[in-house]
Design a binder for this molecule. Structure first.
Ligand code: SF4
Length: 374
């Protein structure tokens, strides 16, 4: 049975696991929340030890043919755009490797002309010697399109549904192939069939009531754990950040509610990875370290070329998808526009130091391809 059937019936029929999860995300007293936090902390230590995987996103391109109302890269936003060439991607990747990273996430907008499967495979192949774990977060593809990327050495696929509410999804995605809700929903399974051994899913909080999204996310997790059981599954919980286009969140999820959600996920899915990005404030990220988060990005840039100022000479602006000259405004930085504003701006070394102070091991590498031969 495809996941869409579970999702469509979720209001009427919940599994035992999702039912328990629903109880955990209901309003709690301070004492109840404290008890949840202690259980969550215990489960995290039992399953992951005092470790935190660190990774960095590397943006390949901010070209996009979709209009997503909440995203700075939306086609109709007149922003500075570029697609890095492979040599520029290697320069960015080497900078991250020099900082200690061995786990990297290649991110790009959806644009088949600039960001083809061959281009992504070339990028993966070129940076592979420096990274033990390469994941991609790009427009959803068919299984056969993922094959050259997996063959090149990528092992992780990240795709957020953004919202599991179909009506809101239709309202938010106003143009481009991303309007296809089903194609996105089945993406993790197609990636699994292509050979990705890590799968990441998530929702973008701020588009719809958080409890409804969390419930659908939990159902999706349960489904993937059954159907893609050989993969390591992780979940991300991004909250909307300011971006080009000026979209404002329609719904909120407070810090306390996000912490409760992390605890609920950890208690119901003890072995699932939980990712927290630099969208969140430094102090809040630090406070969540013990609760259930197992993977953090650090020192992130969301603009292509942002780490080492690559691609500057090919920058262009697009107006409703049409390329025009860059016509730099006074004082405008000659760098591609970022996807959203970062909140935790500490360097990877600073974040690693804070983790160590709290008795955690920052993990730069937890896998080596050589293990495949054992
Ligand atoms: S969210 Fe992704 S698909 Fe949508 S505009 Fe941004 S980069 Fe493009």
């Amino acid at each position: 049975m495809p996941f869409i059937e579970t999702l469509d019936n979720l209001a009427l029929k919940k599994s035992e696991l999702v039912h328990r999860f629903e109880g955990l995300i209901a309003r709690k007293s301070d004492e109840e929340l404290e008890a949840m936090a202690q259980t969550s902390c215990r489960f995290t230590l039992r399953n992951f030890g005092r470790t935190m995987r660190l990774f960095a996103p590397l943006y390949l391109s901010n070209e996009c043919i979709n209009n997503c109302r909440y995203c700075g890269f939306s086609r109709d936003n007149p922003i500075l755009r570029v697609t890095l060439d492979v040599a520029e991607v290697v320069a960015e990747a080497r900078h991250l490797a020099y900082q200690g990273f061995r786990q990297i996430l290649l991110v790009a907008g959806e644009h088949p002309k600039f960001v083809s499967r061959h281009y992504i495979a070339e990028c993966v192949q070129a940076i592979q010697p420096d990274f033990s774990s390469i994941s991609i977060e790009v427009g959803p593809m068919e299984t056969q399109d993922y094959l050259p990327i997996v063959d090149a050495g990528a092992e992780g696929l990240v795709v957020y549904q953004e919202t599991y509410n179909r009506a809101v999804y239709a309202e938010m995605h106003t143009a481009g192939p991303k309007r296809d809700f089903h194609f996105r929903l089945d993406c993790a399974e197609r990636g699994y069939r292509a050979g990705f051994r890590r799968l990441g899913i998530g929702v973008l909080f701020g588009l719809s009531p958080w409890q409804e999204e969390a419930l659908a996310l939990a159902a999706h997790l349960e489904y993937l754990l059954k159907h893609c059981w050989q993969a390591q599954i992780s979940v991300s919980l991004p909250r909307l950040r300011p971006a080009a286009g000026g979209f404002r969140p329609l719904f909120s999820i407070t810090d306390r509610e996000l912490a409760q959600l992390i605890c609920a996920l950890r208690i119901i899915f003890p072995q699932v990875g939980i990712v927290l990005s630099t969208r969140e404030r430094a102090a809040f990220r630090d406070s969540l370290v013990l609760l259930g988060v197992t993977m953090m990005s650090a020192g992130s840039h969301t603009e292509p070329g942002g780490y080492t100022r690559q691609g500057g000479e090919r920058l262009h602006r697009t107006v409703r998808g049409r390329i025009v000259g860059p016509d730099f405004q006074d004082g405008e930085d000659r760098l591609a526009t970022g996807q959203f504003e970062i909140s935790d701006e500490r360097s990877p070394a600073e974040i690693a130091a804070v983790l160590r102070q709290r008795g955690f091991d920052p993990v730069w590498k937890d896998w080596d391809q050589a293990l495949c031969a054992v």
